[in-house]
Design a protein around this ligand. Structure first.
Ligand SMILES: [Zn+2]
Length: 62
């Protein structure tokens, strides 16, 4: 299983790869908060992940 393999998020400064250094669920806001650090310039920043509500709860026809 590779469910814990997170997609990479580019550094806002130099667009290099970043690693997650901390992760916290925020249940009351229904999102996940992640602290990230760039592997190249060591810039640290925060991202949040949230489910997008889909209209009608059905998949859209292609
Ligand atoms: Zn960077």
């Amino acid at each position: 299983m590779s469910l814990l393999k997170l997609p990479n998020f580019p550094c806002p400064k130099c667009y290099d790869r970043t690693g997650v250094i901390d992760s916290r669920p925020k249940f009351e806001q229904r999102l996940v908060w992640r602290r990230r650090r760039c592997v190249a310039c060591r810039f640290t920043f925060t991202t949040t992940e949230k489910a997008v509500e889909e209209k009608g709860g059905k998949s859209v026809r292609a």
